[in-house]
Design a protein. Sequence first.
Length: 159
Amino acid sequence: MGAMNPMATAPLGGSMERAASRLAELLNGSATTFTTLSDMSAVASMLEFEATVTLRPLTRHPVAPDAWAVDGGQAMVADARCLQIMVTRAARVRFHEGACVLEEEGPLHACLLGGDQERRAALDALALDLLADDTSVDINLLRDRWEWDAVARCIEEAE
């Protein structure tokens, strides 16, 4: 099979150019939408919006002597409407001198979400003292917690 042209398709069958143009429309306010990012003055004051989006090819660089990657995943295991069992996992991989020397899928963390007692238990399980007692707990917070834990382990083990 030949090399795939990265410009040929984007998710859902659209072209990369069409997706980039749509993003530019949304950011610059030329799209026919109810609200665009450029309309929000508080956000717009901190961001610079480009009038046109141009694609630039990625260039190859020398292989890094030590490279790590962390990625997490999540799933809903059971849904009882007001209560849900969610699981998260953060995986790590390490490439040293261009060869994969570590693949670690990480432990599976299960959590019951939905009620106030469950939220408090989830906060306790996260073992983060910096979170307020009334912090909202969702799957993204749980996943982020374990991803950052994996990042910390990568830093400790990096050369």
